[in-house]
Structure formats: C-alpha cells, structure tokens
Design a protein around this ligand. Structure first.
Ligand code: EPU
Length: 292
C-alpha cells in the first residue's frame, strides 16, 4: 500500500498553518501537501482514503480558524498553476478551485461580463467560495454556476451539473468533495453599469466592516430574517476582548485578532457571543467559519 511518504517532494511535515490564514492564528498541519497536477491530487486523495487519513482542503484561509494545537492528518493546498486557470469563452467562464476569487472577478469584469461582480471584496479562492456559497446582500456565487468538477473522497473525478448542485445561504452540497474547477454562465453588461455596482458594494463594505484588521469575515451565519451582527451588538459585546482577540467595534459579527492573540482567545469570544445572544434573545448562532 502507498504511504504519505511517497509524496515527500510535495509534503511539509508539522508545517504552521497560521501564515496561510487571514486570522494568522493556530498550530501546524501534520502534513501540508501541495499537489502540482490533478493526477498528483488524485493520488493524494486516494492514498489518504486508503490509509484513513483525514483530509482537508485549504483555500484562501479567509474563512477558517485553526486551533492552537493544529490539525492532524493531511491539509491540501491547491496553490499550483494547474489549479488556478481562468478561461473565458464568450459568456462561459471556467475557473480552477485554487484561483483567487478576486482574480476571477477582475477577469470577468474586464471581459464586460456581469454576475460575479457582485462578489467584489470577498476574499479567498474559487473552491472555498463554492463550498460555502460565498456571497452577500447582492447575491452569491452559486447562482452563476453551471457545473463543477470534483473528486469524490475515493478520488473519482465527477462533473456535477446544475441539477445535481444545491446552493443555499452559505451552504452547498460540495462539502465532502475536492473541488477542481467550476464553469459559470455570465451575462454581458456595460462596463459602466458593472463598475457602478461594484463601487457601491465596496463603499458599503468599507463603511461597515473592519477590513484593515486581521479577521475571518463574519463569524456567524445570519439567523433567518435576522442579523447576527445586530444581535451581538445589541447584547452589548462590541469591543469585548479576550486576550488579544476582540469583537470588532465596527461590526459585531467580526472578531479581530490583534498581535499575539491565540486561537483560544477567538474561541472564547465565539462562546461568549453565542451564550449572551442565546441568553438575551433565545437565538442559537450557527458558525459561518470553519474551525479546524
Ligand atoms: N448591524 C448592527 N451592528 C453591527 C453589525 C450590523 O447594528 O455591529 C446592523 C446593520 O446596521 C444592518 C444589519 O445589522 O442594519 C445588517 O448588517 P450588515 O448590513 O453589515 O450585513 P450583515 O448581515 O451583517 C452580510 C453578510 C456579509 C456581507 C454583507 C454585505 C452574513 C453573515 N454576512 O452581513 O458577509 O459582506 O451582508 O453583503 O451573511 C461574511 O460572510 O463573512 C460577510 C462579511
């Protein structure tokens, strides 16, 4: 049977994950594996399956909190060129899971294609955005997808077409899969219109979100018909600190990590926000970020 030692050339052992995350916190990955090709990725996924080694895919690191003790098993980074291709053919755009969402947005906007422009300002990779159906008030990524190529946990390559895909608020049915790439159907629009929309979204984000601090974006999903930020704010928690992590005084659904904060500080703030909101409003906040 193969072992993870067969992937030495592309594997780092006990590699700190903090530099790969927006919060810049947390411990190492037991194995950090960076496949160079799809074939190499297939081999890694199959090997992890056979050895029953848990596997996690690291995207842009903008929606995760890595615990201080780190992650056992394999963390896979799709950072190579093979995973970052963006191809535009008329209104049809294909993007690799490892491409930055911001890059995909700017390339489609340059081609006068509308749809993904409403995601402006959302960090991370295309794969991460698809898995969690990233979006905002003006729409989400799922509504523009026509197909997604994935690897199953057994390493089989499948194409999931529109009728097999399900996207809901910050949710997709792709979470068990390794996403390879996705095809989007976009709509031609005038550059003036596209830029006007993007400017508006940027201005709103800059005015309401702590974009210059280390954070993982919104920590909790909005409960149906409510705003998690508003509830945490009304619970009086803005500016509350545990260690060197703080509930943002600009937007209460953001936790900012000041220098020397630990993942444990953030976890304690998450627990505090959850319990205060539950006590005061009888609402259970559900995490939007992934905790590793
Ligand atoms: N509000 C407060 N206090 C706060 C935060 C918000 O009173 O501390 C109020 C606002 O004044 C507003 C309402 O709550 O009346 C909603 O707030 P906001 O407009 O900031 O939107 P949100 O629901 O908190 C959502 C997404 C954001 C996305 C924005 C804009 C979620 C959990 N959050 O925020 O997504 O950028 O809309 O489209 O769905 C993310 O997912 O990481 C994220 C930042």
């Amino acid at each position: 049977m193969r072992s993870l030692d067969d992937f030495q050339e592309i594997t780092l052992r006990d590699e700190p994950l903090a530099p790969f995350t927006w919060l810049k916190l947390g411990g190492p990955a037991q194995y950090l594996i960076s496949p160079r090709t799809v074939d190499e990725l297939v081999e890694v996924v199959r090997c992890c399956h056979d050895l029953q080694v848990p596997i996690r895919i690291l995207g842009g690191g903008s929606n995760i909190l890595v615990r201080d003790e780190g992650v056992s098993g394999a963390v896979v980074r799709l950072s190579g060129e093979a995973f970052a291709r963006i191809e535009i053919d008329g209104c049809r755009v294909t993007a690799g899971a490892g491409a930055l969402l911001s890059n995909l947005i700017s390339q489609t906007v340059k081609a006068d294609l509308a749809g993904l422009d409403t995601l402006v300002g959302i960090p991370g990779t295309v794969g991460g955005a698809l898995r969690g159906n990233a979006g905002g008030r003006s729409g989400d990524i799922g509504q523009h997808v026509s197909s997604v190529r994935v690897l199953t946990p057994l390493g089989e390559l499948l194409v999931r077409h529109e009728d097999e895909l399900s996207f809901a608020y910050r949710h997709s049915n792709l979470s068990e899969m390794t996403i390879l790439d996705a095809t989007f159907d976009l709509i031609p629009d005038s550059p003036e219109e596209i830029n006007r929309r993007m400017r508006k979204i940027w201005i709103m984000k800059k005015a309401t979100q702590p974009l210059t601090f280390q954070s993982a974006g919104c920590i909790f999903k909005n409960p149906r018909g409510m705003s998690a930020g508003l509830l945490i704010d009304q619970a009086g928690l803005k500016g509350t600190r545990v260690g060197n992590a703080e509930i943002s005084d600009r937007h209460a659904n953001f936790i900012v990590a000041h220098p020397t904060a630990s993942a444990q500080d953030v976890l304690r703030l998450i627990d505090l926000a959850r319990s205060k909101v539950n006590e005061q409003f009888a609402v259970d906040l559900e995490l939007e970020i992934q905790i590793w």
